[in-house]
Design a protein. Structure first.
Length: 636
């Protein structure tokens, strides 16, 4: 009997720490645990920081998803602000051929859609504000019109306004991204405009409505005494806010649960309907001036609020310690040691850090780089795989597999979160079976800290490499690849002082190449460089237990320590033999030769290395002069 196949569903979403997403995710996960299937969330925080380059890096996580590795997908594309990103995701899903479910989106009839009647729900709210509370001047805080839900709610608002012959002032319309900060920004822009206070602010979701109320109250306006504010979604915070928010109750948890159920029905050969519409209802509450009895247990609310604050405080302390630990790291191994100490605090079963194989390479930022090219490398590396207290690594794995290790168990919830510096992909990390990515408001902060630390380590690696190269260039002659004058003086002087303390003998040999001008004039400077390099090679081979350097031009110096008087003749014989061998090898129309002057002396504190170099130099010139006179006497 064959083993039962592990079912694996991919979920694409943005801003998973928002309450709307939380509720849908709760439904999906509940179904997954109940039916022992795997779910992997690929989540970004795009559109939150108003930075195009940051968003490119965030949205790179969607390029990681290999839909061919999954049995189905749930697309929360209504949480993604960028229409081009959404379109690319849809096309890739269609190409894969796997079943897909979307929410409140009828733009893709080939996909399964779960939603509510956004038009009727929003129309009910706007009608209530006008007919019940007599509103005549109304501001509207919308989501992005690239989002079908936002479009439906906005059009419903326009239709109701037209039905009641109330003119719509475009200056009183604010288009946000469905993010909580949009409500605050809408109020701030309204106040700066100097327009008169409207009778109501109709908001396209609760997240924006709640921050709008806070911004209004900060500006000195009371809700609903001075102005009405309404929302949409009836999330937990909206229900328990003061004033309680007038909103639209929608079954978000049920939508999530149903989406996973549809995928499983298709896998099991069933034929679920393409479009499912769930019930919604308007809740008229304190923020519009209506009085309703609370549905909630305030003791439970107080307990939940305390737990939330305690989790935030605990998370901040953990994040501060994590940040401080990362700040002290200069290498990836040090980073992994710091991370290992903190992973357990995330209360997960498994944590995998996955980096692109080129993450430490240097790169040039191209601000015109399109999102489509912001992809992961073909291969990834995982420097830390933490599983229930045990730590291991994976040197290489193909990025198309997404996981650094094969998935062999079921009933797991995985969260994939992107690591990047601006638009540059660094990698991602996977948290398995933890609520931290969904319910902690600090998950995004942790992700950014981890990304910035990786970038800092990358830069330090390159700075250190550059410093090493600069140091090498400072002491190494680039033509001959042996020490230059600086390198020689630094090393030989230190060794000379050691010998002086023990009264040891040292030998200083000065070598000057013969006939370099002849070679340059007759065969060119490139050939002259070649000759210098070959001579340097000979000198380096002869320099046993010593330090050799190109002192400048065609001059070389060799320092030997703890020597005897016989070392002078030994060095000359060795040098002559090596240079004769070199001439036989290179077979040039000229002959490599050099004049040598050596001095052996006892190193003393009263003597300097430079004075011995001068003595060797003088001896070398005596030799050169004698050789020149000898050639002249022979008629050469």
């Amino acid at each position: 009997m064959s083993e039962k196949k592990i079912i694996h569903i991919a979920v694409v979403a943005a801003g998973i720490d928002e309450e709307y997403q939380n509720n849908i995710i709760g439904g999906i996960n509940s179904y997954a645990y109940k039916h022992n299937i795997n779910v992997s969330y690929f989540a970004a925080y795009g559109g939150m920081l108003k930075s195009k380059r940051f968003d490119i890096g965030e949205y790179s996580i969607y390029n990681l998803v290999n839909f061919n590795e999954f049995d189905g997908t749930i697309l929360m594309t209504n949480t993604i602000c960028d229409p081009e990103i959404k379109e690319r995701i849809i096309k890739r899903v269609e190409k894969s051929g796997i079943p897909a479910v979307v929410f409140d989106c009828g733009d893709y009839p080939q996909l399964y859609n779960i939603g509510i009647d956004n038009v009727s729900a929003m129309s009910d709210i706007v009608n209530h504000v006008i007919e019940k509370h007599g509103a005549k001047v109304i501001n509207f805080i919308s989501g992005p019109l690239s989002n079908p839900e936002a479009t439906d709610r906005y059009n419903a608002f326009l239709d109701v306004m037209e039905k009641h012959n109330i003119p719509v002032d475009n200056k009183r319309i604010f288009f946000g991204e469905f993010r909580s900060q949009d409500g605050r920004q809408a109020i701030e822009e309204f106040i700066e405009s100097g327009m008169s206070l409207p009778d109501a602010f109709i908001c396209a979701n609760d997240a924006m409505a709640l921050t709008a109320i806070s911004a209004l109250e900060k500006a000195g306006y009371k809700v609903p005494d001075d102005v009405i504010v309404t929302g949409f979604d009836y999330i937990y915070n909206a229900r328990n806010f003061s004033p309680a928010l007038t909103s639209v109750k929608r079954p978000l948890y049920d939508m999530g649960y149903k989406s996973a159920e549809i995928i499983m029905d298709i896998i099991d050969g069933k034929n679920p309907p393409k479009n499912i519409q769930l019930d919604s209802s308007s809740v008229f509450s304190e923020s519009c001036g209506c009085k309703t009895e609370s549905e909630n247990d305030y003791r439970e609310y107080k307990k939940r609020t305390y737990n939330l604050l305690e989790n935030i405080n605990s998370g901040i302390r953990m994040l501060n310690r994590f940040t401080a630990g990362l700040a002290e790291t200069e290498e990836i191994s040090e980073m992994m040691d710091v991370m290992n100490k903190f992973i357990e605090e995330l209360e997960c079963d498994k944590f995998c850090l996955c980096l692109t194989e080129d993450w430490q390479d240097s790169f040039t930022v191209d601000a015109s780089l399109p999102e489509a090219e912001c992809n992961y490398e073909r291969y990834m590396t995982s420097p830390i795989i933490w599983e229930k207290g045990e730590r291991r690594t994976c040197k290489y794995f193909p990025s198309r597999k997404m996981f650094p290790e094969p998935v062999e168990t079921s009933g797991n919830i995985n969260y994939f979160l992107p690591l990047h510096f601006r638009e540059r992909c660094l990698g991602y990390y996977i948290i398995t079976n933890s609520d931290f990515p969904v319910y902690s408001l600090l998950c995004h902060n942790l992700t950014m800290n981890l990304s910035n630390s990786l970038e800092n380590v990358r830069k330090l690696v390159h700075i250190n490499r550059t410093m090493d190269e600069l140091n090498r260039l400072y002491v190494i002659d680039p033509l001959c690849n042996i020490y230059n004058r600086n390198g020689f003086i630094n090393l030989a002087d230190a060794k000379f002082r050691e010998c002086a303390e023990e009264n040891k003998k040292v030998m200083l040999t000065f070598i000057d190449m013969d006939g370099l001008k002849f070679i340059n004039d007759n065969y060119g400077h490139n050939e002259g460089d070649f000759a210098i390099q070959r001579l340097a090679s000979v000198i380096q081979e002869c320099c046993i237990n010593g330090i050799c350097a190109r002192f400048g031009g065609d001059e070389f110096v060799v320092f030997n320590f703890d020597v005897t008087e016989n070392e002078v003749e030994t060095f000359k014989r060795r040098f002559n033999a090596k240079i004769e061998s070199m001439n036989a090898i290179i077979k040039k129309p000229y002959t490599l030769s050099a004049s040598i002057g050596s001095v052996v002396a006892v190193a003393k504190d009263s003597t300097t290395l430079y004075s011995i170099i001068q003595q060797a130099d003088e001896k070398m010139y005596e030799v050169k002069k004698q050789r020149k006179n000898s050639r002249t006497a022979c008629g050469k």
